[in-house]
Design a binder for this molecule. Structure first.
Ligand SMILES: Nc1ncnc2c1ncn2[C@@H]1O[C@H](COP(=O)(O)OP(=O)(O)OP(=O)(O)O)[C@@H](O)[C@H]1O
Ligand SMILES: [Mg+2]
Length: 628
């Protein structure tokens, strides 16, 4: 924790930068109102603000009684659930440092993170998470304790060992490690007096280091990024303001809280006194949206792509007439939204057609999302322009944001009603942006990280003496001050013909086709571009049914010649809207899905391009062997 910069606030006088106090302020305003809702199966669990406060204080009591010190790291490994938020609040309340951990990462990465962070306490969701953690945790400290929120976990899908149910009692523990359930953990705190807890809460200093978030490791190994509570509160305030977040908003989080953007959105909601709605799982399901009726929905582009497919299916079903009607209505909607984005009003005739389109079909899209959504937010990766245009055409305000873990996740955001499609919007209030001579985006503001954990050299390499964070992304400003991200600096491809190509944009363009689940564009030092494609199983199944191809299994079917020809046509069609040096001349279909476990994807489902290119280097080389 060498780089933390605790604020110099005297004990007994908690600073306004204190996360726990910010939560308490919201909780005091409406103690009986709902703070968080979670869907679990067909059930809905609700907690009020006073309920969350009470639960967090009980956890804080156990943390103190267990001897957790101010500034001490505490691991947190769970899916997005109420207990996660409660634990996060409790850790903040006692001034400890939460270290979220994604146990779906490859074991070797988990071991590096666990080995370096020096924690001796881990709060985990259930037996499956506990097992992964115990297995990967090197014995850096004696007397390690794992607390599981659930004693027994049951899953819909079996794990790689064919198990769907696991109990804590089935786990083998190494020497010096203990494992208890939530009930036993609460009894740990029972002995602590109220006075001792109060004293601890008062001695906590605001503004200092509060969490270490690991980056997605898209470009290399994950790096621990230190956030102070001052930075997180600044970010939550700025994001809340940009979104005009109010108490009557309901924010639906279908994202893992290990993802910096999701974490910031959760704190933004808590600070603004809005409601959080947590669906089960990581997909944006129509069923959840319809039931939970959120007003704000943050997501990553992959989730938004899948949601668009589901909505289209729901609205047009399989009928040809409805499909044609939808086609017409979307074209009208696109015309209107394009005019609006250029600051112009539609003419009377277009307005009339748009009203008809909305009444006949377009109105069904917002209704399918519960009818209250006022903004969807896309972050974490480039949003395909076509997809953004489609959302706007059907009357849904999709706002793209940009940032990185090193700046508390979000530096820019399109504003409600002012999305500039193809850009990531304007900076949040208080965030400065500059473009370096080589095009790199530089950021400065109170949301910049304190530093990389235990890595002063790494920190100095990205934050210069004037406080600018060098993002590693290339960007440019549009006419109205909105930022456009070109690509990551290190990912820009220079072909042997000297053309510079931004692969992320082409990949997003290819992935906008429903059949392509993931695309990796290759071409550094080559005469032209090629791509590795992984297919989406659902449209593939539909295609096989239409063509009478027996669907044996995914690897087998993805090698079928008719499937290859179908994908070839998709690529030809996609190539038509690319400049000639950006077109894909050769491609191969990968006969498996890219996964997080195999190290191909980040936890937010972004491609780890270097790792994939290494795995398939022979195949990529073979594209260029005959040299044309
Ligand atoms: N709207 C966006 N458009 C394009 N790229 C984006 C957008 N939002 C985020 N990004 C990309 O995501 C990066 C931030 O991601 P994050 O901090 O989660 O980890 P990472 O950079 O993917 O991982 P690592 O730093 O470990 O390689 C940004 O630097 C940028 O490249
Ligand atoms: Mg990064």
């Amino acid at each position: 924790m060498s780089n933390s910069k605790p604020a110099a606030t005297a004990p007994g006088a908690p600073s306004p930068d204190d996360l726990w106090l910010a939560f308490e302020r919201s909780a005091r305003r409406r103690p009986g109102a709902t703070c968080v809702i979670r869907r679990s199966g067909e059930d809905e669990l609700r907690e009020t603000w006073s309920g969350v406060r009470r639960l967090a204080l009980a956890q804080a009591r156990s943390l103190c009684a267990h001897g957790v010190q101010g500034g001490e790291p505490v691991l947190l490994a769970a899916e997005t659930r109420i207990e996660w938020l409660v634990a996060d609040l409790a850790i903040a309340a006692v001034g400890a440092v939460s270290v979220p951990l994604d146990v779906t990462l490859p074991r070797s990465e988990l071991t590096v993170i666990l080995g370096s962070c020096g924690a001796r306490l881990a709060l985990v969701s259930g037996a499956f998470e506990a097992e992964r953690l115990i297995d990967a945790w090197p014995a850096t400290t004696e007397d390690r304790l794992v607390v599981a929120f659930d004693a027994e976990t049951q899953r819909e899908r079996s794990d790689r060992r064919g198990r769907r149910r696991l109990h804590l009692s089935e786990l083998q523990l190494p020497p010096g490690m203990r494992l208890i359930d939530a009930a036993a953990w609460l009894t740990v705190g029972a002995s602590l007096t109220d006075a001792a807890l109060d004293e601890r809460l008062l001695s906590r200093r605001g503004g200092g280091l509060t969490t270490i978030i690991h980056t997605a490791a898209t470009t290399g190994a994950p790096r621990g990024v230190q956030w102070t509570s001052a930075a997180l509160l600044f970010e939550a305030g700025a994001l809340g303001k940009a979104l005009q977040l109010q108490q009557d908003d309901r924010v639906m989080l279908a994202l893992p809280l290990t993802f910096a953007f999701a974490r910031v959105v959760a704190w933004t909601s808590l600070c603004a006194g809005a409601e959080l709605a947590l669906p089960e799982g990581k997909t944006l399901r129509l069923n959840d949206l319809a039931r939970l009726q959120p007003t704000i929905v943050p997501a990553v582009p992959r989730q938004l792509e899948a949601l668009a497919v589901a909505m289209r299916q729901l609205v047009h079903g399989h009928g040809n007439v409805r499909r044609r009607l939808l086609h017409w209505a979307t074209a009208v909607g696109t015309e209107v939204s394009q005019l609006r984005h250029q600051g112009e009003a539609p003419t009377g005739w277009l307005r009339a057609r748009n009203a008809a389109a909305a009444a006949m079909v377009l109105g069904r899209f917002p209704a399918a999302l519960g009818g209250r959504v006022r903004a969807l937010i896309s972050g974490g990766a480039p949003l395909p322009v076509e997809l953004a245009e489609w959302y706007h055409a059907v009357g849904l305000d999709l706002l793209e944001g940009y940032g990185l873990t090193e700046c508390c996740a979000c530096a820019t955001l399109a504003r409600p009603g002012f999305a500039r499609i193809g850009t990531v919007g304007r900076p949040l209030d208080g965030v400065e942006i500059a473009i370096a001579e080589d095009g790199e985006v530089l950021l400065r503001g109170a949301n910049i990280m304190a530093g990389y954990d235990r890595d002063p050299e790494g920190t100095a390499a990205v934050i210069d003496d004037d406080g600018w964070l060098h993002t590693g992304d290339v960007g440019e400003f549009g006419v109205d001050g909105a930022l456009r991200i070109v690509d990551r600096k290190g990912d820009l491809i220079r072909t042997s013909g000297g053309k510079s190509v931004a692969p992320a944009r082409i990949e997003a363009h290819l992935q906008a086709s429903p059949v392509i689940a993931a695309a990796l564009v290759h071409g550094e030092g080559r005469p032209w571009l090629s791509a590795l494609l992984s297919l989406d199983e659902r449209p593939l199944k539909r295609f096989c049914a239409e063509k009478d191809i027996a669907y044996t299994d995914f690897p087998e079917v993805s090698k079928h010649p008719l499937v290859y020809r179908m994908v070839e046509r998709v690529i030809e069609e996609r190539n038509r809207s690319l400049a000639s040096f950006e077109t894909i001349r050769k491609f191969a279909i990968i006969d498996r899905e890219f996964t997080i476990e195999d190290g191909d994807l980040t936890p937010t489902l972004e491609l780890r391009r270097a790792a994939i290119a290494r795995k398939y280097s022979k195949l990529l080389d073979s594209f260029y062997e005959d040299g044309y």
